[in-house]
Design a protein around this ligand. Structure first.
Ligand SMILES: Nc1ncnc2c1ncn2[C@@H]1O[C@H](COP(=O)(O)OP(=O)(O)OP(=O)(O)O)[C@@H](O)[C@H]1O
Ligand SMILES: [Mg+2]
Length: 260
């Protein structure tokens, strides 16, 4: 059953069409990978879903609520959490305070919010950094802080924008384990990710965007063979190596990296 339905979304910036008539559904409990080259419109779509941008056309439905026209905080209260590609922690606050601010959306009592924030920091393995300032964290640690902040708003659907972008390669397995554990807890996830090996391994289904349009939608093993996707990344000279998703995942990997 669909948890989120994106229906005919069009979002323009002046003459530039960042999202053009985008439609797809996210099923409850799945991990949906959202891929596409730089500028494909992925982050813009997250901004439309979560109320940061109002689209010129289309609707987004979440558990039968219409989302277009709602403010970000209202969308969040309905149960959609997100992280941002450009990290935005409160740098002058400690790690714990950052998560407490998010937890207080649901808990007015600071002590209760503190306890809850600590639990989420433990979950992302950042509890030992609770008293550090957010500005002193490494990129990988900040990504985990973002995750804890998003979780502290208690979402049922979580939108993750480039969780592994700019992160030390050695930290990636930890982040992927966290994503797996979130799903085990019953969350539905939409994950934007440039690392093809990562996205192919964690996604149940993949939606690919190019120039603001959906060019592929299906299981990873099918999507990776989609000619339009291969062309979008590498031009029409690229041939899918035999051996399926993994081999071509390696081939595609790196096409859009480096702008985290
Ligand atoms: N606020 C804005 N004003 C004008 N143009 C914008 C704005 N935000 C995004 N764009 C443009 O819209 C298009 C889609 O951008 P978007 O950030 O959604 O792409 P993306 O798929 O997330 O790319 P990346 O992988 O680089 O993060 C790009 O051409 C971008 O320059
Ligand atoms: Mg983006």
């Amino acid at each position: 059953m669909a948890c989120l339905e994106v229906q005919g979304i069009t979002k323009r910036f002046g003459g530039l069409v960042a999202n053009h008539n985008i439609s797809f559904a996210v099923r409850r409990g799945e991990i949906l990978g959202l891929i596409g080259p730089n500028g494909a419109g992925k982050s813009t779509l997250f901004d439309v879903i979560t109320g940061y941008y109002r689209p010129e056309a289309g609707e987004v439905r979440f558990d039968n609520h219409r989302l277009v026209g709602r403010r970000p905080d209202q969308v969040n209260r309905l149960g959609i959490g997100r992280t941002f590609q450009k990290l935005r922690p409160f740098n002058a606050m400690t790690v714990l305070e950052n998560v407490m601010v998010a937890a207080m959306q649901h808990r007015a009592d600071p002590l209760a919010a503190r306890g809850e924030a600590l639990r989420y920091l433990e979950f992302v393995e950042l509890a030992d950094k609770r008293d550090s300032f957010a500005r002193d964290l490494s990129t990988g640690q900040r990504k985990r802080l973002e995750l804890a902040r998003a979780m502290a708003t208690r979402p049922r659907l979580l939108l993750l924008d480039e969780v592994t972008g700019g992160v030390d390669q050695r930290t990636i397995p930890t982040l992927l384990q966290l994503i797996g554990r979130l799903r085990e807890q019953g969350l539905t996830l939409v994950v934007i990710e440039h690392n093809m090996r990562v996205i192919m391994s964690i996604s149940d289904r993949i939606v690919a965007l190019h120039l603001g349009e959906v060019i592929a939608d299906g299981p990873p093993s099918e999507v990776v063979k989609e000619r339009r996707l291969i062309e979008a990344y590498l031009g029409d000279t690229f041939v899918v190596p035999s051996g399926g998703a993994r081999a071509s995942g390696d081939g595609l990997r790196g096409a859009g990296e480096g702008r985290a």
